[in-house]
Design a protein around this ligand. Structure first.
Ligand SMILES: NC(=O)c1ccc[n+]([C@@H]2O[C@H](COP(=O)([O-])OP(=O)(O)OC[C@H]3O[C@@H](n4cnc5c(N)ncnc54)[C@H](OP(=O)(O)O)[C@@H]3O)[C@@H](O)[C@H]2O)c1
Length: 168
């Protein structure tokens, strides 16, 4: 089972200005990559705060939403430990899972050392303050696998997470 994080990040490291800030500020190349990679996986995992910024469930993908209390139409709700969720999805035949945020969910999967790849789009914008990609202390070593530039000046980065070393 391969697990990847996909996120658009401002040049100063934020994924949103606040909890209600939908990810509509990204360029068309980022949106295209998001659709392509998440459809390839067939399943997207996100937190309830992120899900409420969407107009509806992401079509042609199984939408899995973390919440302790809520229920949303079009989504499968979960509170499972990340490793258990991935085991269940693997048993259902998925080979790849897209972790789609926000900060809480990215952090939970990253700290559990279950992420193989990070697809980050660095957009040419700054927010000054807001919600960071990760919201807890961690150390993870990355290897740059691919780096592209879009016409609008965004960087399309692909990193693999190096699980061989120990955290320093
Ligand atoms: N730029 C990007 O690529 C990108 C991508 C995704 C999201 N975002 C932005 O990120 C922001 C939201 O991020 P966020 O960190 O505030 O919220 P989030 O990670 O989307 O969701 C947090 C919520 O998930 C639920 N949750 C978290 N851990 C759980 C667990 N172990 N078990 C059960 N439920 C759990 C809780 O929901 P309940 O309160 O319902 O229990 C919690 O309040 C939004 O502004 C969104 O637009 C940006």
């Amino acid at each position: 089972m391969k697990t990847f994080i996909i996120a658009a990040v401002s040049a100063d490291g934020y994924i949103a200005r606040d909890e209600k800030h939908a990810a509509l500020w990204t360029g068309k190349e980022d949106k295209r990559r998001f659709v392509e990679l998440t459809k390839r996986a067939g399943v997207v995992v996100m937190g309830s705060t992120t899900y409420t910024t969407l107009p509806r469930a992401l079509k042609e993908r199984v939408n899995i939403v973390y919440s302790k209390s809520k229920n949303y139409e079009g989504a499968e709700m979960t509170q499972k430990d990340p490793a258990e969720l991935l085991r269940d999805l693997e048993a259902r035949g998925f080979k790849e899972v897209a972790i789609c945020g926000g900060s809480h969910i990215y952090t939970m999967f990253m700290k559990a050392k279950l992420v193989d790849t990070l697809y980050l789009t660095i957009e040419p914008i700054v927010f000054g303050k807001g919600i960071r990609l990760f919201n807890e202390e961690m150390v993870a070593h990355l290897k740059l696998v691919a780096c592209g530039q879009t016409e609008s000046g965004a960087l399309l980065l692909e990193y693999s997470v190096d699980h061989s070393g120990t955290s320093k």
